[in-house]
Design a protein around this ligand. Sequence first.
Ligand code: FAD
Length: 329
Amino acid sequence: MKTTVKKRVAIIGAGIAGLSCATHLQAMGFEVEVFEKSRGPSGRMSTREGDGWTADHGAQYFTARDPLFKHELSSWIDKGVAARWNPKIGVFEEGRWRASSSNESRYVANPGMNMIGKYLARTLTLHLNQTIDQLVPINNQWQLSSKESGLINSLFDYLVLAIPAPQAAVLAQVLPNEIQALCNSVTMDGCWTVMARFSEKPTFPFDAAFVNGETISWICRNQSKPYRIGQESWTIHASAKWSQDNIELAPQDASAQLLACAKKLGLDCSVAEIAIHRWRYASGFVNPSPEFISLPNFNLGLCGDWLNGGRVEGAWLSGQKLAIEIEKI
Ligand SMILES: Cc1cc2nc3c(=O)[nH]c(=O)nc-3n(C[C@H](O)[C@H](O)[C@H](O)COP(=O)(O)OP(=O)(O)OC[C@H]3O[C@@H](n4cnc5c(N)ncnc54)[C@H](O)[C@@H]3O)c2cc1C
């Protein structure tokens, strides 16, 4: 695909994978439009914002191992939208606590995990509140339809699906059979997340904790991360297995079970104000990982964490590598 005449690319999904792909293509001279069903960008790198409080309720932090991602991360750190996080971490296993011996470098976005998405999206044409519900192939181009607007009056030379596999599967009827089968083959587990707000810092010996063998798998004090302001808030994730087994519970019942487990582990939330979120597609990925999918004959690509290891770094790399492939077409 030559970039002398600006080629138009539609990207569905403004998570870190879609935004990574979009920013690279835009820098290479493509005309990019991103369609997102939510009110804001960032996908599962998300921050709940309430009256006087915030809490990261999706991805909690990320690691950086690949040189390309490390390079990008250093630019985010320079711009002040990411920073290293040095929590005191506990591990609960076999019924007892110990301090973590991991010396992994962990990073967070500032002042909330959704900031990197906002930062990447700032120069992009982003259509929010647009749930794409139909892909229409027209000659060698693509037209989109959304639940909110119906048929969108634009034709695109290339289409990128940067959404979780189960959501891609819904749109996949016009895609080749093997892509439909791949999307349908991926199981993504849900995650129940409780956010607890306190008027005073509760007594708990760690900033964050990995919990094994319990209903809960993760506890984190948001104020231990850099630049968090507002009311004291803690995020509690249920384990993938418990969440998936109990995904249809009423929110108040899920909350009661998570809070009982937190109390048993030493975090008493009885005086806290509680919010709860159900993630239907939190985690899951294809193994071995293809990194991304490019189908030049269809002017179509797919990227996302589910194609590259299931985490923030993998998602960003998936978008980047697909963009580099699109440049070559
Ligand atoms: C509870 C939880 C905890 C996590 N913890 C960590 C962690 O600590 N570290 C880590 O590295 N990773 C963690 N992750 C995983 C990490 O968040 C993801 O790997 C990464 O954010 C995925 O990015 P993505 O762009 O591939 O997908 P997403 O972030 O899911 O982006 C996809 C976007 O597409 C949009 N979309 C979907 N369907 C449509 C449609 N039809 N039309 C328009 N838009 C659509 C969605 O609204 C979403 O914004 C966690 C995830 C969850 C849920």
